[in-house]
Design a protein around this ligand. Structure first.
Ligand SMILES: [Zn+2]
Length: 184
């Protein structure tokens, strides 16, 4: 088990469209690490690029609710259909600590995705699970909750976002220095 560092707003990997998973050989270990990292951070969902991995993969665990007892793994997923019925719900994000926003999203979606056994599925989701899926797929497309609210709201958080991004930039420099073998 390894706990991976959660990457924060400001890191370029959170702004890019993630690549599809083609090599499933090491996927089990990566998924285990992602669940461990998500639990450590007390999140209910985590996308691969939130731990610095450029892979179209995310995990969700909402087993604390009545909706489901299972954990969920979604690989190479696409939203095939969105219900016109939308609602606001307050969302937080492990990559933007300290900010929660009311985000408008469809209540129900149809998702096509792969599981670690490489099988394809097409299923309908609603409730908190549909909400978490849409939040994580946004991550894999380089979209933050802050991109889902109007300009006025976004402006309010400009300062906070700037400070999160500057801390993240410092972390990246420190990490690079370590990789090169010198410690400052
Ligand atoms: Zn998030």
């Amino acid at each position: 088990m390894s706990i991976l560092d959660i990457v924060h707003y400001g890191d370029p990997i959170l702004k890019k469209k993630c690549n599809p998973v083609t090599d499933f050989k090491k996927i089990t270990k990566i998924i285990d690490d992602m669940f461990d990292s998500m639990y450590e951070a007390e999140g209910i969902g985590l996308a691969a690029n939130q731990v610095g991995l450029d892979m179209h993969l995310f995990v969700v665990d909402i087993s604390h609710t009545d909706e489901t007892d299972q954990t969920h793994i979604f690989i190479n997923s696409t939203i095939m259909n969105k219900n016109d019925d939308e609602e606001y719900f307050q969302e937080g994000c492990l990559s933007i600590p300290g900010i929660t926003l009311d985000v408008l999203r469809p209540k129900k979606i149809t998702l096509k995705y792969q599981t670690p056994d490489q099988k394809w599925h097409e299923k309908k989701f609603d409730g908190l699970l549909a909400r978490a899926i849409q939040h994580e797929i946004d991550h894999l497309n380089g979209v933050f909750i802050i991109d889902r609210v109007d300009h006025k709201h976004r402006k309010k958080y400009k300062k906070d976002l700037k400070s999160i991004a500057s801390i993240q930039a410092k972390k990246r420099v420190e990490k690079k220095s370590k990789e090169k073998g010198f410690f400052l």
